[in-house]
Design a protein around this ligand. Structure first.
Ligand code: SER
Length: 582
């Protein structure tokens, strides 16, 4: 029996009801592109709503995380994974949860207790150290040496900035042939986390205030890919039963060995599996240039590029062979895969053909223009980027295949110059193309940034901008929110914007890499759509957004801000109309 079945059977035998995996595209939550954790579809129930299946639930949940796309290619990163979870909604709490986990690991999976260690929450000035959990672990045979008490960074779990949350206890497994140390050191990478039991008893609001939830819940999560690899004694997830047949198939199609081509084979396997699951989802996402469709397109195209490195014939039906294998492998658990088989195959083929055409054109230019060169100029690298959509990493990869260097600095300079040009052009267009007072529109533009920041405080950090439209008479601003704003919420947002205007905050602009901008917490509508170098506008320290401008120099120039209307725009999206007065 495989891990998923063992997990479900065990928790069903302990009175849990199995709930179906929610779709990868969230149904009632426009604030995230994909489900990223097992608990996400259960948030309303963790907050107190009655669940139709009762108080004890168990499932395996499809999750997609594309924030560390570039790390895929190593042993452990995946853009799609399955999370096993069991929940108590106001039923059992710490003791039973720990007892279940311990029994499942040691008696069902037969993991020797010597290989296990745990962390528990050390508490803070408001919440006491979790001795209750520590004592339960001890009573189950985990010695004090194998318990580490850690702070909020490690042992307090919350999805994002606000929501249901609580201290957690994490279970670690010693994954190494070395002698097992008596004392557990959570920093020692031979100890890997396999399961997280969160005791959700608090709610943190957007101001950071923590209150008690109506019921004490348990939310646990265990990654299938990692645990399967551990149980099978392999250090590379791609060699576990979850992946190995896909890898073998890629070896067969390419005629190459995994050992010598790990990175590309992992990327092809991972991205194709994620693409198959996204295409099978009932939301009907197709490759496109926006939102989820863009992520899907990026995954497929990156997989295609890596099949080229593996010498796979681009015109063969490799994508169909891999997709069919993945569909077959998972259909028992996810019937949508076989139900939507034709759509999946059609879309993959169409996207492959489309990308092959652009890629081939670009590669011909690449061949022609790089002939006889010892280095690829910044200018050529930029042309390939601008005209043929070659990301710089593709140019670098192609160049290194030919033993050439790329003038990266030159490329970045071209890139910046181009940005400067398009910024000036967009300013010009702004002036000439839009009727009326461009100065006023600039003021409106900065006001949208402030409103965006205000809504993040009033509604919560999960509120995101979905669009805006400005003319010299008014602004419209669309944002994710699951309810009609109350009068108080509207007033608060308006007041915050006016406070910031009156505070006379300087507006500053910087250029930086996209990664750096994300690290600094800059807002961005769809980060994947931006070039590698971006401009970031800050208004004092209340707002930071990736944006092309133009903006006022100081928030005082905006004038008085007034919300005139708030209405529905589409499902989960609200629209504010606002004006500014002199
Ligand atoms: N929510 C926790 C996690 O994602 C436990 O399920 O780790």
């Amino acid at each position: 029996m495989n891990l998923k079945d063992m997990y479900i059977n065990y928790f069903v035998s302990k009175g849990h009801k199995q709930i179906p995996s929610a779709p990868v595209v969230p149904e009632n939550d426009a604030s995230v592109l994909f489900n990223t954790a097992g608990m996400q579809p259960l948030i309303p129930y963790l907050m107190g709503k009655e669940h139709p299946y009762g108080k004890r639930l168990v499932d395996y949940q499809k999750c997609v995380r594309t924030n560390d796309l570039d790390s895929v290619g190593d042993e452990t990163h995946h853009t799609f994974f399955e999370m096993l979870g069991n929940w108590s909604l106001g039923d059992y709490f710490k003791e039973e949860s720990i007892a279940f986990s311990f029994e499942f690991l040691t008696s069902v999976l037969n993991i020797p207790v010597e290989r296990l260690a745990v962390t528990v929450y050390m508490g803070d000035d408001k919440i006491p150290r979790d001795d209750v959990s520590a004592n339960f672990w001890k009573s189950h045979g985990i010695s004090e040496d194998r318990i580490a008490y850690l702070g909020a960074e490690d042992n307090f779990w919350i999805a994002g900035e606000s929501g249901p949350c609580g201290g957690d206890t994490e279970i670690f497994y010693f994954r190494s042939d070395d002698e097992i140390p008596t004392k557990f050191d959570p920093k020692d990478s031979r100890w890997v986390e396999i399961w997280n039991n969160v005791f959700m008893e608090y709610y943190k609001d957007e101001n950071g205030e923590v209150s008690e939830l109506p019921k004490k819940n348990v939310d646990t999560g265990m990654g299938v890919e990692r645990t399967a690899a551990i149980l099978e004694g392999v250090n590379d997830n791609y060699l576990s039963s979850v992946w190995v047949d896909v890898i073998r198939k890629i070896e067969q199609i390419s005629g190459l060995k995994y050992e010598e081509n790990k990175k590309s084979m992992r990327i092809v396997a991972d991205h194709m599996r994620t693409a198959v699951f996204i295409l099978a989802d009932k939301a009907g996402v197709k490759p496109s240039n926006t939102d989820r469709g863009y992520i899907l397109r990026r995954l497929i195209r990156r997989a295609i590029r890596h099949t080229r490195y593996l010498n796979i014939n681009v015109n063969s039906n490799w994508e169909e062979v891999l997709a069919l294998l993945i569909i077959d492998k998972y259909s028992k658990y996810y019937s949508e895969l076989s139900e939507n088989k034709n759509v999946i195959l059609d879309e993959l083929k169409k996207e492959k053909e489309k990308f092959n055409r652009t890629l081939e054109k670009g590669l011909r230019v690449f061949e022609k223009e790089t002939n006889g060169l010892s280095e690829i100029s910044g200018e050529l690298a930029f042309k390939l980027y601008d005209t043929f959509g070659f990301p710089i990493e593709l140019t670098q990869e192609e160049a290194s295949n030919k033993g050439l260097n790329v003038d990266i600095k030159g490329f970045e300079e071209k890139f910046k110059a181009h940005q400067e040009l398009s910024r000036t052009a967009s300013k010009g267009m702004f002036k000439g193309g839009l009727a009326g007072d461009s100065k006023k529109e600039t003021r409106y533009h900065t006001a949208t940034h402030l409103l965006n920041a205000a809504l993040k405080i009033v509604i919560g950090p999960s509120s995101h901008q979905m669009g805006s439209n400005i003319n010299d008479e008014r602004m419209r601003f669309d944002f994710t929110c699951d309810h009609k704003l109350t009068e108080e919420e509207k007033q608060r947002a308006e007041d915050l914007v006016n406070e910031w205007i009156q505070a006379g905050l300087d507006v500053t602009v910087e250029e930086m890499s996209k990664e750096e901008a994300v690290k600094l917490g800059a807002e961005a509508m769809f980060i994947e759509r931006y070039p590698d170098i971006v401009t970031v506008y800050s208004v004092g320290n209340v707002s930071k957004e990736i944006c092309m401008g133009p903006h006022v120099k100081n928030s005082k120039e905006i004038g008085k801000f007034k919300i005139v209307k708030e209405e529905a725009s589409s499902a989960g999206v609200r629209r504010i109309k606002a004006i500014i007065e002199d």
